[in-house]
Design a protein around this ligand. Structure first.
Ligand SMILES: NC(=O)c1ccc[n+]([C@@H]2O[C@H](COP(=O)([O-])OP(=O)(O)OC[C@H]3O[C@@H](n4cnc5c(N)ncnc54)[C@H](O)[C@@H]3O)[C@@H](O)[C@H]2O)c1
Length: 326
């Protein structure tokens, strides 16, 4: 099957891998991205690129008239701390813009039934009060405006499915890592550690390093997204029945991650400890049986292989940047 897909946030880390997956499989790809954190160099020539905000009237027009078989909505304000500092801004991008896209799909002028795939979070949605590993139906008490906004958007997706008959799916990603992640952002400890190793600076671990996260390779996330966007699905009407955890099911301590990355990079960069950061959950991991069963998906990249490949990518990029300065 091939078709037409719109990918918002397609110039970003996860989005660019999702774009690649659709292009490889013969789809027409359009991207909306304002390049606020994404990069133009991530956009392949074969994709049609629109540089503007997902809240712009042009974005709504493209959704309503584009004749898309699927929309993968990845554009977001994804900095948890920024959401705490400015929850109104966060809600504007993460809730209101999503709602605008759903309204545009509802009022679309073409005959296709568009599948809408929304990028939610398995890392912070369930909150500190839940005991990981969390299944989709775990009661949620999100601890940040970012997580609240993602959950609110998921409720809008299930509402639009139930009341207006839209075809919607939410994916709750774990801690995604891999090539093209931005080491300068808040998220992405693997990218940050890769950058530090290449700069010859110590790796900073906050707290005792025993806090766990569910690290999932971006190629596995792209495959889960592809399946969620293209498979025939018959989902229930409740919010959790339209959602899938996408991770590995394994919580890895950050100290173990740091040591595994140093082993993959074959260096002995020192690890330094800093005080635990307030508001960071101690443990986070998700159960992925539902994605295994319904999407017939499983993560394929082991953490050791994924870290080695990611480090090689950052090292190659650092070399080519250095060479271009000569
Ligand atoms: N990286 C992770 O570990 C992780 C985990 C859970 C959920 N997610 C979700 O996955 C999605 C993609 O995350 P990512 O890691 O690729 O981040 P990213 O910052 O690399 O990608 C986001 C993209 O959206 C674009 N964007 C942001 N606001 C926009 C706007 N208003 N209009 C148009 N474009 C806009 C950015 O320029 C960027 O290209 C986000 O929705 C994020 O919340 C990511």
């Amino acid at each position: 099957m091939s078709g037409r897909v719109l990918i918002t946030g397609g110039a970003g880390f996860i989005g660019s891998h999702v774009v690649d997956r659709f292009l490889e499989r013969g789809w027409d790809v359009e991207i909306i991205d304002d390049l606020s954190t994404g990069k133009r160099e991530n956009v392949p020539a074969a994709a049609r690129f629109h540089q503007f905000d997902v809240r712009a009237p042009d974005a709504v027009r493209i959704v309503a008239t584009g004749g898309f078989d699927a929309i993968v909505h990845l554009a977001a304000q994804m900095d948890v701390r920024r959401s705490v500092a400015d929850p109104v801004l966060d809600a504007g991008v993460n809730i209101v813009a999503t709602l605008g896209l759903l309204e545009a799909v509802r009022h679309s002028t073409h005959a296709k039934r568009t599948r809408v795939v929304f990028s939610s979070t398995g890392g912070v949605l369930y909150g500190e009060l839940a005991t990981p590993p969390n299944v989709e139906t775990t009661p949620k008490e999100p601890d940040s405006p970012y997580a609240i906004a993602k959950l609110a958007a998921e409720y809008y997706l299930s509402y639009f499915a139930r009341i207006h008959g839209l075809d919607t799916v939410s994916l709750r990603f774990g801690n995604v890592y891999g090539p093209r992640q931005d080491p300068h952002g808040e998220a992405g400890v693997v990218a940050i550690f890769c950058g530090r190793i290449l700069e010859g600076r110590p790796l900073t671990v906050f707290g005792d390093g025993l806090q766990t996260r569910d690290y999932v390779h971006v190629s596995d996330v792209a495959e889960a997204t592809w399946r969620a966007a293209t498979m025939p699905l018959s989902l229930g009407v409740r919010v959790d029945e339209r959602a899938f955890n996408v991770g590995t099911g394994v919580g890895t301590p950050v100290l173990e991650l740091a040591n595994a990355l140093l082993a993959a990079a074959a260096v002995d960069t020192p690890i330094e400890f800093a005080p635990k950061r307030p508001g960071e959950p101690q443990h986070s991991s998700i159960i992925i049986e539902r994605a295994r069963r319904v999407l017939e998906w499983a993560p394929r990249v082991s953490l050791a292989d994924g870290l080695a490949e990611t480090f090689r990518w950052f090292a190659a990029r650092a070399n080519s940047t250095a060479a271009s300065r000569l």
